[in-house]
Design a protein around this ligand. Structure first.
Ligand SMILES: Cc1cc2nc3c(=O)[nH]c(=O)nc-3n(C[C@H](O)[C@H](O)[C@H](O)COP(=O)(O)OP(=O)(O)OC[C@H]3O[C@@H](n4cnc5c(N)ncnc54)[C@H](O)[C@@H]3O)c2cc1C
Length: 314
């Protein structure tokens, strides 16, 4: 068996399958970023701890800071979020599995797991795929906030997420414009720049990312759209989908249905995003459709959703 992609989902699956006695070859590309993992702001939602504990890991080992408040347009908003040391997490998820960086010949394997994130390198392409552009920098010192901060920009939002040790991830995603031209206008990007990367985020949702299984190729994580399309969080969903794959290892239909059932809020966010991209003005009736409970946001759900919509409407 081959696992393509040694990110969150692929690393974890390779480790578990090796542990279960399968012969597994784990593949990735040569490192593309300074941190060695795919571009990511390393912010985890409140389910992170429960999901990791259920898999036998100690979540606190990876949490670098917890936040019960973040700044949305400079306003304090109650939340339940944490930044994590994602490279350390991915290394532990991988356990002793070695990573090969040579080409993967799918014909040489009885099963291939496509855990290649936005690349979706092994599954058939998605007809109406939607990949949102992102840019990010790691900065040190500067006058940035000690709290996570988010500001809307044209067609998306910018973030400044403290990582501990005076460092922050400052980044930006936009559904409408090149984020490189937007991030500098937020005021977040001060201090010494340690590294930078560009990436894409699959905002298609799983409902638009079928098939999850094609022949002997099984997809998982962001490769099959397991990302919340408005907010862009995909770490916890990647782990959840990896668990679903293990639970339905010989049942492609059951796996497909389980993934579709697991993330109803992704479909809600996708629907709202499509309306926004169609140029429709946000309506109050849409607000109740966005479930922000996984972020632990403690303003009214409608207000939070309203702020999210405002981000996208500009
Ligand atoms: C700028 C940015 C910021 C983000 N911030 C957050 C955040 O703060 N919190 C959050 O929850 N989510 C965030 N995300 C999303 C999150 O990073 C991903 O959804 C999540 O890591 C997906 O996990 P995965 O295991 O599916 O894929 P990934 O973790 O992306 O791993 C995919 C792996 O596949 C490898 N690969 C690619 N092509 C090939 C190939 N041809 N052969 C072999 N290997 C290949 C890649 O090198 C990579 O290691 C962010 C995304 C971006 C772009």
């Amino acid at each position: 068996m081959a696992v393509a992609g040694a990110g969150v989902a692929g690393s974890y699956l390779a480790f578990r399958l090796l542990d279960a006695g399968y012969a597994v070859d784990l593949y990735d590309l040569p490192a593309q970023t300074a941190c060695g993992t795919a571009p990511c702001a390393w912010m985890a939602t409140r389910d992170f701890s429960a999901v990791l504990e259920a898999e036998g890991f100690e979540p606190e080992k990876y949490v670098t800071a917890r936040f019960d408040v973040f700044l949305l347009q400079g306003q304090r908003v109650g939340a339940d979020l944490m930044t994590i040391d994602k490279p350390a997490l991915v290394a532990d998820l991988r356990g002793g599995a070695e990573v090969r960086t040579g080409p993967l010949d799918p014909a040489g394997y009885d099963r291939v797991i496509d855990a290649t994130g936005t690349a979706r390198a092994c599954l058939p392409p998605i007809a109406a795929d939607d990949l949102c552009r992102c840019v990010q920098f790691r900065v040190r010192d500067g006058s940035g906030e000690a709290l996570p901060a988010v500001r809307y920009v044209r067609g998306g939002y910018a973030w400044s997420f403290p990582l501990g040790g005076g460092e922050r991830h400052v980044g930006c995603l936009s559904h409408l414009a090149d984020p490189v031209g937007l991030v500098g206008k937020t005021g977040f990007l001060d201090g010494e720049r340690l590294c930078g990367c560009r990436g894409r985020l699959r905002v298609t949702s799983p409902y638009g990312a079928l098939p999850f299984v094609s022949g002997n190729v099984w997809g998982v994580g962001e490769a099959i759209g397991c990302v919340y399309p408005l907010v862009g969080d995909g770490i916890v969903p990647a782990l959840v989908s990896a668990r679903l794959l293990l639970d339905h290892f010989d049942d492609p239909a059951g796996y497909t249905q389980a993934v579709l059932d697991a993330f109803p809020a992704m479909q809600q966010e996708r629907t709202v995003l499509e309306r926004m991209k169609d140029g429709r003005r946000p309506s109050p009736a849409w607000l109740a459709e966005v479930d922000t409970s996984r972020l632990g946001i403690r303003v009214g759900v409608a207000s939070a959703a309203g702020l999210l919509l405002k981000m996208l409407a500009r």
